[in-house]
Design a protein around this ligand. Structure first.
Ligand SMILES: Cc1cc2nc3c(=O)[nH]c(=O)nc-3n(C[C@H](O)[C@H](O)[C@H](O)COP(=O)(O)OP(=O)(O)OC[C@H]3O[C@@H](n4cnc5c(N)ncnc54)[C@H](O)[C@@H]3O)c2cc1C
Length: 314
């Protein structure tokens, strides 16, 4: 597609949500431009689990296959680059990429994902994605029955620990200071066999990303094979909020059916707008947004054609 042409749909974000939306729209013969800044949420992970037919594959493999399968759809173009601004006009949207190029579209799908905040524990980054994770649904099964720590405090740590009892019963909450648990929460944890250690953490032990233990200020080390922390994410980019979308109390963009937002013509799909953060769910939401965008475009196209007075037959 030429830069001066107006796209039917611009998709910002080329993860499972954005690429899935592009596939559906390409099949609808819509002119689509996908921008991607190349920062997949699960880039640090070793495997993509729970995605039907891709269970256990390398995380970036899904994107590679998806991009390759978009190639035959000539109306879809993929652009590597970050969108830094977006504006809403009477007849659609305009986006500006970091390199200064601009593009216009009738509908806009934001599939920009979220970023994870790691607990403030010295050295945690070296283990993140290999033996420290946030999502039991993604990484619990491979580490079932292992000695696992929950790194966190308060209700979030309690919930994460109780959820994890499904995968292992060898669980210790390491709260790195006061655990912030009520007597009731402590009883519930004890009833499920979850221990609580409130010693400040001075470091994690292990090599090649494999956790072996947690070192405490008191001098002791707790042997652990893996650790989960309660999820704490923020939006990867603020385009949706700048365009007038509302964030829910849980920090995701408030969307209704078909990933529609309160801004006409704007859809937000994937992790950015939902709480079940699985790649297959993001892909499904991308498809839903695409379906809804195409439906709106078709209605507008039909209404436009109805306005054109039919030529009289001689
Ligand atoms: C460590 C880890 C392990 C995980 N393991 C699994 C697992 O095993 N199974 C599973 O189902 N899920 C897993 N997940 C969750 C999974 O990664 C997400 O649910 C999924 O990636 C969401 O897809 P998305 O398209 O919404 O967002 P993302 O995959 O994050 O893609 C968003 C894309 O948008 C781009 N982008 C953002 N802002 C802009 C902008 N302004 N301009 C251009 N591009 C932009 C980013 O660069 C990125 O490529 C894991 C997550 C983590 C952190």
């Amino acid at each position: 597609m030429h830069d001066s042409e107006k796209a039917d749909v611009i998709i910002v974000g080329g993860g499972p949500a954005g690429l899935s939306a592009a596939l559906i729209l390409g099949r609808c013969r819509r002119r689509v431009v996908v921008y991607d800044s190349g920062e997949p949420r699960n880039a640090r992970s070793e495997r993509l689990s729970g995605f039907l037919s891709r269970d256990g594959s390398a995380p970036l493999e899904l994107r590679r296959i998806a991009r390759a399968q978009l190639a035959p759809y000539e109306s879809v173009s993929l652009r590597d680059g970050e969108v830094v601004e977006a504006a809403c006009h009477d007849d659609g949207f305009e986006v500006v990429a970091r390199d200064g190029t601009r593009a216009r579209c009738r509908k806009l799908i934001l599939a920009t994902g979220v970023v994870d905040a790691l607990p403030e524990i010295p050295g945690i980054d070296a283990f993140y994605g290999s033996s420290v994770w946030h999502c039991p649904y993604c990484d619990g099964f491979e580490h079932r029955d292992q000695a696992i720590a929950v790194l966190g405090s308060g209700k979030a740590a309690e919930q994460q620990a109780l959820t994890l009892t499904n995968w292992t019963r060898d669980l210790v909450i390491c709260s790195n200071g006061p655990a912030g648990l009520t007597a009731h929460q402590r009883r519930r944890l004890a009833g499920s066999g979850v221990a609580v250690n409130e010693d400040p953490i001075v470091g994690l032990e292990g090599e090649d990303g494999r956790l072996r233990g947690i070192r405490f200020a008191s001098g002791g080390t707790l042997a652990r094979q893996g650790a989960f922390f309660p999820p704490a994410e923020r939006q990867r980019c603020d385009l949706a909020v700048k365009l007038g979308c509302r964030l829910t109390a849980k920090g995701v963009i408030d969307t209704g059916s078909y990933e529609k937002t309160g801004v006409p013509g704007l859809f937000v799909a994937g992790d950015a707008s939902r709480l079940v953060h699985l790649a297959i769910v993001a892909a499904a939401q991308g498809a839903m947004a695409a379906y809804a965008a195409n439906t709106e475009l078709s209605k507008e196209d039909l209404a436009g054609r109805a306005k054109v007075r039919p030529r009289r037959l001689r």
